[in-house]
Design a binder for this molecule. Structure first.
Ligand code: GLA
Length: 385
C-alpha cells in the first residue's frame, strides 16, 4: 500500500489537493480468542497490513467516500438517519456518528481509501477501517478523545451499525499497536502491557483458508449470547460475577445442571482460554516457545470442539501443521474461516509451507495464501511527502 497511489486516487476523484493521509493496521492475536467480550485477556499485535485513507474536510454536512479497491462511491449525511446502503460505508458513517455522540464536531469531508489487509480473513480489516477514520476525524475536527475512547467508538460502530456484538480487541490492537511488541490487554479493567516479541529461531506465519467469514455475524453473536446466559445463571447465586472471567470452575460445575449443554461447553472453552493466555505470558517471559505452541494447539482444539467456531478447512490446516511438527498452530480471530496462525521453527518453515500448499491444493483445489507477519505500529497520520 502506498500513499502516493491513495493521494492520486483522491485527486482524480475530487480534483482537490491537500488531503491528509492516515493509516491503521489489521491485527494478529497470539492467543485469547473470544475472551474479550467475556472480560478476559487477549494477546494481539498490530501487523504491517491495513487501511490507508486520504481525507479532506469539505466544509459541508456531507461525506463523499470512494473505496478504491471496490471502485465504489458513497455519499451520505451525518445525521442519525443517513445510514448508507453500502456495507463498507457504514463503518465510516458509524465512526462519524460515534464521534459526534462523544462530542467531536465532525463535519463533512471527502475521502478515498484502500487496503491490503485481506477482507474476511480474520485480520480485522473492519477494525482497521474504523480505527483509520476514528483516529483521523478526531484529529482533523479537533476532538479530544484518547485512543481508548476511539477504540470504543470503533467497537460501538460494529454494534450499532454493522450488527456484530464484538469485543474491543481488534480496535484496541489497531490503535495501540507498537512495532515489535504484542499487547496483553485485560478486557475487564482495560489495563494493558506491551510484551516485546522476537522469538529467535521461530517465525509467525498466517495461512489463509480463503474461506470468508463475513457472513458469520449471527453465529458470533450467538456465541456471545451463550456466555451471557451462563453468567446470568451464575449471578443468581453469585451477584458479584459480571463476566465469565469472574467465574471459577466450582461455580461453573454448580450451574451445569441448570444450563443448556451447548452453553456449558462454550463457557468451558472461554474459562480455559483465559487461563491459557496467562500461561502463555509466563511461558514467553521464560522464552519457552514450546509451551506457547502447545497452548496454541489447545486453543484450536477448544475453538473447534467446544466453542465450535472452526471449519473443515481450518481444522485441515491445523492438522497439516501438527503433522509437520510445527510448534504451534490454531484458528485465529472470530473463526468460521480466515487464517490459522502458526509458530514455526525457522528450519521447518520451507517444508511446512510447501506441504501445506500441496495438501490443501489436493484437498480443496486451491492453495492457501501465506502471510508472513511483521508486528507493527498502530494508527497514525503519514508524514507529508
Ligand atoms: C472478532 C471480534 C473480536 C474478538 C475475536 C475473537 O475478531 O471482533 O472482538 O471477539 O473475534 O477473539
Amino acid at each position: 500500500m502506498n500513499k502516493e497511489i491513495i493521494q492520486e486516487a483522491f485527486i482524480a476523484c475530487y480534483g482537490a489537493r491537500g488531503a491528509q493521509i492516515y493509516t491503521s493496521p489489521g491485527r494478529i492475536n497470539l492467543i485469547g480468542e473470544h475472551t474479550d467480550y467475556n472480560g478476559g485477556f487477549v494477546f494481539p499485535g498490530a501487523i504491517d497490513k491495513g487501511i490507508m485513507a486520504a481525507i479532506l474536510p469539505n466544509g459541508r454536512r456531507e461525506v463523499r467516500a470512494f473505496a478504491i479497491d471496490l471502485h465504489e462511491q458513497a455519499t451520505f449525511g451525518l445525521c442519525k438517519n443517513d445510514l448508507p446502503a453500502q456495507g463498507w460505508a457504514r463503518y465510516i458513517f458509524g465512526i462519524c456518528r460515534e464521534l459526534i455522540k462523544r462530542g467531536v464536531c465532525v463535519g463533512g469531508f471527502d475521502t478515498a481509501f484502500a487496503g491490503d489487509v485481506p477482507l474476511g480473513a480474520g485480520m480485522s480489516s473492519s477494525a482497521a477501517l474504523e480505527s483509520t477514520y476514528a483516529f483521523a476525524l478526531n484529529e482533523l475536527f479537533d476532538g479530544r478523545l484518547d485512543k481508548l475512547e476511539l477504540a470504543k467508538a470503533g467497537q460501538a460502530t460494529e454494534h450499532n451499525y454493522c450488527g456484530v456484538k464484538c469485543g474491543i480487541m481488534d480496535q484496541f490492537a489497531s490503535l495501540f499497536g507498537k512495532a515489535g511488541n504484542l499487547m496483553r490487554l485485560d478486557c475487564r479493567s482495560l489495563e494493558y502491557r506491551y510484551f516485546p516479541f522476537d522469538p529467535k529461531g521461530y517465525r509467525l506465519v498466517l495461512l489463509d483458508t480463503l474461506v470468508k467469514h463475513e457472513l458469520a455475524a449471527s453465529a458470533y453473536n450467538k456465541r456471545r449470547q451463550s456466555c451471557e446466559t451462563v453468567v446470568a445463571e451464575i449471578q443468581k447465586k453469585y451477584p458479584q460475577v459480571q463476566f465469565l472471567r469472574d467465574v471459577t470452575w466450582p461455580m461453573l460445575d454448580e450451574i451445569k445442571p441448570s444450563v443448556d449443554s451447548e452453553d456449558y461447553r462454550r463457557s468451558r472453552y472461554v474459562i480455559q482460554e483465559i487461563e491459557r493466555v496467562l500461561a502463555v505470558c509466563e511461558a514467553l517471559e521464560r522464552g519457552d516457545y514450546e509451551t506457547v505452541g502447545a497452548k496454541m494447539y489447545e486453543t484450536h482444539h477448544g475453538m473447534s470442539q467446544l466453542y465450535e467456531v472452526s471449519c473443515g478447512e481450518l481444522d485441515f490446516l491445523n492438522a497439516v501443521a501438527r503433522d509437520c511438527g510445527v510448534t504451534g498452530s490454531r484458528a485465529m480471530g472470530g473463526g468460521f474461516g480466515g487464517c490459522t496462525i502458526n509458530l514455526v521453527k525457522d528450519d521447518l518453515y520451507g517444508k511446512f509451507i510447501h506441504s501445506a500448499k500441496e495438501k490443501y491444493l489436493a484437498r480443496y483445489g486451491k492453495e492457501p495464501k501465506i502471510y508472513d507477519v511483521a508486528i507493527s505500529d498502530g494508527a497514525k497520520r503519514m508524514a507529508k511527502s
